[in-house]
Ligand binder design. Structure first.
Ligand SMILES: C[S@@+](CC[C@H](N)C(=O)[O-])C[C@H]1O[C@@H](n2cnc3c(N)ncnc32)[C@H](O)[C@@H]1O
Length: 243
């Protein structure tokens, strides 16, 4: 599984939103920026070079790759639930496809708020809600259920997106804007994206759904894309607020 390609693909889904959100919070003028759960640094690499850019992740092997993709960023191995920074260290703290993986997402938001200076911003850019996933033709609906079950088995909350606004409130962050991305998955997938999507699915479902059922679905999915009948939509939520 090519995780770098997967993270780049996910970053591609939210490119327009990031451009909009980062403009709203004045990222171009920020001096200190933090991404919590930065993974391989797909987003860090595109942040303004003149800001002090920090990335934090729990996994050293991901940070090792981030070091290659974002050589100028300051990278720290640590836990989103207990950020290793003094209070008010950053102008902007953001995350992207992170909160669904955490045992206590409210605590992570509290920590992001704590390390952000007064009048700074906290952003959660992409948190999916698989309970409202749409698959057409209907024969493909099981795919969404399987994927949600797989995320649960891996320790994620596949429905986190729908709770995002509530989590901001619990963390004491006043929301300035929230909503969901219209674009994620609604556009026809390119062949290489389709292959990648299926590589993720096949890896996730191996051992949990019979291989024959998975391959049947794959054929149905491919045929539906070819006929132009495929709809695949996973509501993916964002929110940002001021500290
Ligand atoms: C789906 S990846 C997203 C990576 C990156 N934000 C991106 O969009 O390319 C989620 C990341 O969160 C990290 N992560 C999970 N739990 C964490 C925690 N408690 N503290 C910090 N990072 C965590 C994982 O190691 C992984 O790199």
């Amino acid at each position: 599984m090519d995780w770098q390609a997967r993270f780049s693909q996910q970053a591609g889904w939210t490119r327009e939103l990031r451009a909009y959100a980062f403009d709203k919070v004045g990222l171009a003028d920020a001096r200190r920026i933090l991404e919590v759960g930065c993974g391989r640094g797909a987003l860090l690499a595109e942040l303004p070079a003149r800001a002090a850019v920090h990335g934090l992740d729990l996994e050293p092997f991901r940070l090792a790759e981030a070091r290659i993709h974002a050589p100028d960023a300051v990278l720290t191995c640590g836990d989103a639930l207990a950020l290793p920074y003094p209070s008010a260290s950053f102008d902007i703290a953001f995350c992207h496809f992170l909160l669904l993986w955490l045992t206590d997402p409210t605590q992570a938001l509290r920590e992001m708020k704590r390390v952000t200076q007064r009048h700074g911003y906290v952003l959660a850019l992409a948190e999916p809600d698989y309970s409202r996933r749409v698959d057409r033709p209907k024969a493909l609906t099981a795919l969404g259920r399987w994927q949600a079950e797989s995320l649960r088995r891996q320790g994620a909350d596949p429905h986190l997106g729908r709770r995002l606004a509530g989590l901001f409130a619990e963390a004491g962050i006043t929301i300035l804007e929230t909503g969901n991305l219209r674009g994620v998955g609604t556009h026809p997938l390119m062949p290489e994206e389709w292959e990648l999507e299926w590589a993720v699915l096949e890896a996730d479902l191996a051992g949990n759904v019979p291989a024959r059922r998975v391959q049947e679905m794959k054929k149905l999915d491919e045929a539906a894309w070819r006929r132009g009948e495929r709809v695949l939509y996973v509501p993916t939520y964002f929110a940002w607020g001021r500290v």
